[in-house]
Design a protein around this ligand. Structure first.
Ligand SMILES: CC(C)(COP(=O)(O)OP(=O)(O)OC[C@H]1O[C@@H](n2cnc3c(N)ncnc32)[C@H](O)[C@@H]1OP(=O)(O)O)[C@@H](O)C(=O)NCCC(=O)NCCS
Length: 159
């Protein structure tokens, strides 16, 4: 528990290597490494995605990636470095991305997570996401995936 003085802001191209490594180690462990620095660079440049980081005075505490597509958004990636966890950094990243989704006209956000990822499930549940389905073998046939979603309609009046 505790507080982290972190600023949520758009990722820079120079963050791509660290984001790729975080994705490999904290999200994609045991699977093939898809989000390499090269791929993350493409995400940062993409017009339909936002890559954001939680930056402290001298460190990158975490990052998140959201894709915007008409009335829907998808939270593609989220990770917080182990030393910064349970300090609401992950929640702050998701809430920041949700606000942008509302502004962009999206009404629903979807997220997919590993069935055994209790921390992520708890975080999304706390933020108002509900489980939609469990997809067997969703992660490269190795692990089942849970799809969760949240309606952003109640946020449309938020300024
Ligand atoms: C999941 C993850 C992003 C959470 O980030 P975080 O900054 O620690 O989350 P927060 O501090 O914002 O947690 C918000 C709430 O979620 C729940 N939660 C988060 N982690 C939890 C855990 N390990 N166990 C139980 N509940 C947890 C709690 O309700 C928490 O509120 P509280 O601390 O006031 O009780 C982080 O654990 C992580 O990076 N994990 C590895 C990568 C990953 O799994 N990414 C998600 C892929 S879908």
């Amino acid at each position: 528990m505790g507080v982290v003085n972190a600023q949520i802001e758009f990722a820079k191209l120079s963050d791509a290597v660290e984001i790729g490594q975080l994705s490999r180690d904290e999200i994609e462990y045991g699977l093939g490494w898809k989000y390499t620095a090269k791929t993350v660079t493409q995400l940062i440049k993409s017009k339909t995605k936002n890559v954001v980081v939680a930056r402290t005075a001298n460190d990158l505490a975490g990052f998140g990636v959201m894709t915007y597509c008409d009335e829907q958004a998808n939270l593609d990636l989220l990770a917080v470095k182990s030393g910064y966890r349970r300090k609401h950094v992950g929640s702050a990243i998701v809430l920041w991305l949700e606000k942008v989704a509302v502004t962009a006209g999206a009404f629903n956000v979807f997220v997919q997570l590993r069935e055994k990822n209790f921390a992520a499930f708890s975080l999304y549940e706390k933020l108002g996401y509900q489980e939609l389905e469990n997809i067997p073998g969703f992660y490269q046939g190795i692990e089942n995936g849970i799809v969760m979603a949240k309606s952003l309609r109640t946020m449309t009046n938020v300024t």
